[in-house]
Write a protein that binds this ligand. Structure first.
Ligand code: RP5
Length: 327
């Protein structure tokens, strides 16, 4: 996303206004799989569709109709027949942070475009429209109406901590990539349990939680599983991480994510921060282990050739640019 945002003169890490968002062709990828499917092919399903776009292992799978790139914007006319889909888990949830559907119950009133302190329903992309009592995805058609697998109508906010270090040889020297002649960065990656894809260890902002706290909580839950540490070492390590996350970090991006769960009425937005340990002093020494939603966690080289979940590759490219590292 960064690459094409900057092409439109929009700096990453800045709040994007409504005028700017209108200039962004967000849907450069197939909405089913996030890859470069050819929408002109004579099929109405995505060749790369994965169950995670539309269902989980234990739920019915629904394949989205493909929206050709030039028909994504609401302003273009299109014979559009989206599929209504809200997962059973979301429909039957009684959790406080899962919305009830105002289309089904006229008594449900949701404070759209506001932060009522329980939930921030504001979008980084300005005021979104309410059509038929539910928000309209500001980035266009997705092929699905309803909430899919997302708990909120409108924006669902997440946070992505990008923890980086230089790749070093056994003598501690930075390793230079032979083709770009630039040093190689490594980031803390996870393999997601739901899609099996490589990802940044991000997660949803909880009710009443600050984004800065989400960054720290998600990093700890998904990558720090301390099987070998005694209580004292664990305490010291957590204190160091807390200090770094609260006092350092570069904001890389905030806004819409090309997430497989997005629908016409619910979508993901994130804030991504980079925490870089350039001198191998603290974060770089962490021996990461998978926990929570992560099958496993590990240090992985930053490279344009690695395929990652949602918009994560674009965030990492921005990090590589900032540190003048290999991509
Ligand atoms: C992505 O989904 C965000 O960039 C973030 O990494 C992630 C949050 O969702 P969960 O990991 O909590 O499912 O859009």
């Amino acid at each position: 996303m960064g690459q094409f945002l900057s092409r439109f003169g929009i700096r990453l890490g800045t709040r994007i206004n409504e005028h700017e968002i209108n200039r962004i062709p967000i849907h450069h990828k197939c909405r089913n799989c996030g890859q470069g499917c050819d929408p002109t092919k004579s099929t109405n399903t995505c060749v790369n569709a994965k169950f995670t776009r539309t269902g989980t292992k234990d739920q019915v799978s629904i394949i989205r109709p493909i929206i050709p790139n030039d028909k994504v914007r609401w302003s273009t006319s299109f014979d559009y027949h989206p599929i209504e889909f809200t997962s059973e888990k979301i429909r039957t949830s009684t959790k406080e942070y899962v919305d009830r559907d105002p289309r089904q119950d006229p008594n449900v009133q949701i404070p759209w475009n506001l932060d009522d302190r329980l939930c921030d329903r504001r979008s980084y992309h300005g005021t979104y429209k309410i059509i038929g009592r539910v928000p309209q995805n500001p980035c266009g058609r997705t092929g699905i109406t309803g909430r899919g697998h997302l708990g909120h109508f409108g924006p669902n906010h997440a946070a992505d901590p990008i923890v980086t270090r230089w790749k070093r040889d056994e003598n501690g020297q930075e390793i230079i990539h032979p083709s770009t002649r630039k040093p190689i960065l490594q980031f803390v990656a996870i393999r997601r349990k739901d899609t099996n894809e490589l990802a940044i260890p991000g997660g949803m902002v909880d009710k009443k939680e600050k984004v800065t706290d989400t960054l720290q909580r998600e990093f700890q839950e998904e990558t720090l599983n301390f099987p070998d540490l005694d209580e004292r070492s664990k305490h010291n390590l957590l204190a160091t991480i807390k200090d770094i996350f609260e006092n350092g970090g570069i904001r890389i991006y905030c806004g819409y994510v090309d997430d497989p769960r997005n629908t016409d009425n619910s979508w993901m937005e994130t804030t991504a921060y980079n925490f870089h340990d350039g001198k191998n002093e603290h974060l770089a020494k962490i021996n990461v282990h998978g926990g929570s939603d992560a099958l496993c966690a590990f240090w992985h080289d930053l490279s344009g050739e690695v395929s990652l979940f949602a918009s994560h590759s674009e965030f990492l490219q921005r990090v590589a640019d900032i540190h003048r590292a290999h991509w």
